[in-house]
Design a protein around this ligand. Sequence first.
Ligand code: SAH
Ligand code: SF4
Length: 409
Amino acid sequence: MTASPPITPEVMPIPRKLTEPARRNLVGLTRPQLRAALVDAGTPEHQARMREVQVWQWIYQKGVRDFDEMSNLAKDYRARLKDHFTIEVPEVVTRTVSADGTRKYLVRIAGGHEVEVVYIPEEGRGTLCISSQVGCTLTCTFCHTGTQRLVRNLTAAEIVGQIMLARDDLGEWPEPGRAPKDETRLISNIVLMGMGEPLYNFDSVRDAMKITMDGEGISLSRRRITLSTSGVVPEIGRTATEIGCLLAVSLHATTDELRNELVPINRKYPLAQLFEALRAYPKLSNSERITFEYVMLKGVNDSDADARRLVKLIAGIPAKINLIPFNEWPGAPYQRSDWDRIEAFADILYKAGYASPIRTPRGEDIMAACGQLKSATERARKSRFEIAAEAGLPQPERIVRRPNAPDVH
Ligand code: SAH
Ligand code: SF4
């Protein structure tokens, strides 16, 4: 046996990253958090308020990402900020532009996850649809996002970062010295209607929206922000008092029996409980009306009787109804209602005194329409039973096969 060569310990260089303290991202910190972070990094207490305002304005009013551009801060203070902090928004992986001008951004967040952000330009305004979670723990049977396996909550930075990256792409940060005007904004409205259930990620959504509404930053009015929920009843009151934005509710059915199937969270919070919380909302939030979203599924929820029940259900609530023609996705177990059926349904609502616009599907050619969002890397389909167990929901019943709708299992 030959003697083994002596082992010479190799000196492995320690990666630089491990030797450096992690720098903290300033994006997504609320104002008190930002001020505390600046103090932790050595900003004297008596200057903290002023520094907070200066840094805040650079980040959210001017869209600056580099501390060196913060020209009203002394050079050595900028160097200190650079040592401690970063200013980071999620990375845009791809941008797809639809024939109708709708833009869909596929965005990468920490951990390699992806979410989608959609910009919908309209005459004199523009709406940005942002996501609150990767995937969704709920399992609405008509929704593509609900079939996505991986779920994590987005951080406040990742939520407000979606607005910032869209502003980057649209070139909407003001020229130096020019204040943004509401009437000319490309992103005039924000809807939390992308991937995820925003009320299952309440704190981060609230912090991100507070940052968005702040008058010294992006400065969007709370009336231009709409949060859409499937009906997480315990958080509806807090949405009014802690965010104060407009509320949209994904109703989609007028009986518990059908809603239990389409929007399974209804088993936990049935219609009676949902409507009790909704009746309190306008007063609590001082907002005019609630939007009811109603996806039109052929032969499932689109009869005249459904429309009449809907009118009864929302009686007394200042309301607007958004009829959403079902957007199909590969393997979807439903079909879109015929156009004349949608119009007949809308007519019953209209005659009862409700504005009920039929939402024109936008960006369908790039799979950017409502409920079609799902990141390409995370297409593994979860079983509805698995998802319900994770979300602490009762196990779903087997779906009854309907005409024109193949069983989803
Ligand atoms: N989780 C929240 C917000 C995201 S979904 C919620 O459910 O409200 C945004 C809207 O798109 C909801 O009204 C949802 O019901 C609707 N939607 C989901 N899938 C759809 C589809 N395939 N076609 C049309 N609308 C859909
Ligand atoms: Fe989740 Fe909303 Fe889709 Fe339902 S409709 S699965 S709550 S994203």
